[in-house]
Ligand binder design. Structure first.
Ligand code: ADP
Ligand code: MG
Length: 703
């Protein structure tokens, strides 16, 4: 990435506004007005052939007439004129263009958008938008947008795919007292996309948390890559997760929103913390922008009321950081600052009698104690206390402790005085929230961030002994026969070439051969139809299991052939496969798709009827580390079945995780060949006894 060019876009020293206007209410007027009102210190060049001056700035007929260095050109003229303007900007030596104008890919004019980007690139320019609100930056006193004002100042920076939402958020920052340094609208992402903005903000000294509102990525894989490398926390709200929502997002932005589950997994892999809704995005951004990560889950709650304490306790468990009792020595010390009827366990209940001093003493002591890794301070407004006094006591206690690597979050429940006190806390670097559960959720975000940082450097798994040559021979043979569907035998050959244990198979083309192979493999055997035209073999009556003798083989042979012909008269039948009958095991499914956003993506779930009915599956974008493969096993609801429930021994999770890695390696290695695939079922045995791929399917990409 060229930081210099992106700096030109997001932190310009000089700006031309193309389509600047003297008419109040026009976007071309509002942008110039906003630059003045935000007290922008760089040079402003309005471009308009019909005006001499706009809002005190000298106006130029074209951008080439300016003849001074220009970092950014903000374009507000109608869509049909934009392409020519790009040439003029290029010739004027502009670094980047921000196209506010809409009416491009989002209304179907994909080619026009493409042409603009190609043209801009030929001059070395980057394009933000089109279809954007603009760029707002507090630290640069730069409101290069048609949003009314700079956001409430803070340390997070937000990138939004929706322009209207960005304007709404801009205003909401004042109401909520949750600030941002930058708000960046990226609209259609014709060129500059999420990955670019993440890279830029990660290097921006005025941003400490990167906050994203996402409808859909264009290059999901790069987002994962840059996010994994980012030094700062990234928190994202993804919309369009409902089936209906996805359709709405697609028509709004011209970019297709991917499946919610794939996104969820991709976020986890990218080290992007997810927000549940808009409020949650604000709340988590606030915590992540102000506080350090929570290194382990020893969170202590200090409160003056049992009610908020219990609410906090419930929330802690709900968000994955369940409370533990503080050690004896901590309790002993805390007891000194509460009445007889208080509680020094966790939550620490100072009771309604708690004033500034008790808050100060307990916060100061707790944050300094080695057991405590994070502190949540709760307070209910009382008649005897002043919220601002409590807020100041908390802040002072933290400062005095000198501790900077343990997070603190606060919640005051009360009226206007509490509200004011919380604003003060936020301004002084301590996130404060209206309800205890929100403070605990914020703490959980800081815990998630700590965990992400620990796993950020895990190396992706690769299988050194993979036989790609063999796999390609199988694939090329199918292609030479004009087939995209591989047979089970072919698919198993490829799975095996990538190290996965498959059942022994032999293809028979006559009853006699079937008997011979069954004897070679050893009874009991399984017999299945082999035809590229019959993908779901059971549906066609094409599978017979547990065949124990010659007679059974002969009967099965005739029946399977009869069933297959009845199912599809013109099916191209290669024969009948004889395979070892794998002993019963827990059935799981592994599968893959070549996701349009993220590329080769692996799916794992419990097999059999569970997968169809429960949809209890999880995804991971390949490749990934061995550790991430292990974590997939715990991500499904049925995880306890693998761990062994009700007297059942645990399944061989180690081999399963290893097979997931091998599978991932296969779909990455063959990403140009495989469109989708699955191993369903994989039979997983007791710990130490491994597993077997009983059925395999591969669909090739169309070429
Ligand atoms: P389908 O094309 O219908 O998915 P499968 O090959 O998966 O066909 O066979 C259907 C079922 O038969 C499987 O779900 C599994 O329970 C059982 N099965 C298939 N092959 C074997 C085998 N080699 N050993 C044991 N059971 C098998
Ligand atoms: Mg199957």
């Amino acid at each position: 990435m060229d930081i210099d060019t992106l700096n030109g876009l997001f932190k310009p020293k000089s700006v031309a506004v193309i389509g600047a206007s003297s008419t109040v209410g026009k976007i071309g007027h509002t942008v110039v007005l906003n630059l003045t009102e935000s007290k922008y210190e760089g040079n402003v060049y309005p471009i308009n052939p019909k005006a001499d001056e706009i809002l005190g700035f000298k106006c130029y007929p074209t951008i080439q007439d300016v003849k001074k260095p220009i970092d950014l050109a903000i374009i507000t003229i109608p869509a049909k004129f934009v392409s020519d303007t790009i040439d003029e900007c290029g010739k004027a030596g502009v670094k980047g263009v921000a196209i506010i104008t809409s009416g491009f890919a989002e209304v179907g004019l994909v080619d026009l958008e493409k042409e603009i980007v190609e043209k801009a690139h030929s001059y070395g320019m980057r394009v933000l938008g089109p279809n954007i609100v603009g760029i707002l930056s507090n630290s640069d006193k730069f409101n290069g947008s048609f949003a009314p004002f700079l956001p409430f100042n803070g340390k997070g920076s937000l990138v939004s795919q929706s322009g209207a939402l960005l304007i709404g958020i801009d205003a909401a920052t004042y109401m909520r007292g949750i600030g941002f340094d930058k708000l960046i609208s990226i609209g259609n992402m014709s060129d500059v996309n999420f990955a670019d903005t993440i890279e830029f903000l990660d290097n921006d000294p005025n941003t400490s948390c990167i906050s994203l509102y996402i409808e859909g990525f264009k290059d999901g894989r790069r987002v994962i890559d840059v996010s994994r490398k980012a030094k700062k926390p990234i928190v994202a709200l993804k919309s369009g997760v409902s089936a209906h929502g996805a359709a709405a997002a697609a028509s709004h932005t011209g970019s297709l929103a991917g499946a919610a589950k794939v996104y969820k997994s991709a976020f986890a892999q990218a080290g992007i913390i997810q927000a549940e809704d808009l409020d949650n995005l604000f709340d988590r951004t606030l915590a992540l922008s102000l506080q350090p990560p929570l290194k382990n889950d020893n969170v202590l709650i200090i409160t003056n009321g049992g009610g908020v304490g219990v609410l906090g306790t419930d929330a802690a468990e709900k968000y994955g950081i369940p409370l533990k009792f503080a050690p004896e020595d901590v309790q002993e010390e805390l007891k000194k600052h509460m009445p007889e009827f208080g509680s020094a366990k966790n939550p620490v209940d100072l009771t309604g009698m708690a004033g500034n001093e008790w808050y100060f003493e307990t916060v100061n002591f707790s944050i300094s104690h080695k057991w405590v890794q994070g502190l949540v301070v709760l307070y209910c407004e009382t008649a005897m206390t002043d919220p601002m006094g409590i807020a100041q006591a908390i802040k002072e206690a933290v400062v005095k402790s000198g501790i900077k690597d343990k997070p603190v979050a606060v919640s005051f429940v009360g009226g206007e005085r509490s509200e004011k006190a919380m604003h003060w806390l936020v301004e002084n670097g301590i996130p404060a929230y209206q309800a205890p559960d929100i403070a605990l959720n914020a703490m959980a975000a800081l815990r998630e961030y700590a965990i992400i940082r620990e796993s950020a450097n895990d190396e992706p798994f690769t299988y050194a002994k993979a036989d790609k040559k063999l796999a390609m021979e199988v694939i090329n043979k199918a292609r030479s026969e004009n087939r995209n569907a591989l047979t089970e035998i072919e698919a198993k050959e490829i799975f095996s070439a990538y190290g996965m244990p498959v059942t022994k198979v032999k293809l028979s083309t006559s009853e006699e051969e079937a008997v011979k192979f069954a004897e070679e493999i050893g009874f009991p055997v399984v017999m299945k139809i082999v035809s590229p035209d019959i993908l779901h073999k059971s549906d066609a009556g094409g599978v017979k299991v547990n065949i124990t003798d010659e007679k059974g083989v002969r009967e099965a042979y005739k029946e399977i052939m009869k069933n297959a012909k009845a199912y599809k008269a013109d099916a191209n039948i290669h024969g009948i496969v004889i395979q070892e009958m794998a002993p019963w095991g827990t059935e799981v499914i592994l599968g893959s798709v070549n996701d349009p956003t993220f590329g080769p993506t692996l799916m794992f779930g419990l097999g059999g009827i569970f997968v169809e009915v429960m949809k209890d599956v999880t995804f991971k974008v390949a490749p990934f580390s061995a550790k991430q493969a292990e974590s997939m096993l715990t991500e499904i609801k049925a995880a306890p079945i693998l761990a062994g429930t009700r007297g059942e021994k645990p399944r061989d999770r180690k081999m399963l995780a290893n097979t997931i890695c091998l599978y991932a390696n296969m779909i990455v290695d063959l990403k140009d060949e495989i469109s989708e695939s699955d191993a369903n079922p994989v039979l997983v045995y007791e710990e130490g006894s491994g597993l077997k791929v009983a059925d395999a399917r591969i669909i090739l990409k169309k070429k």
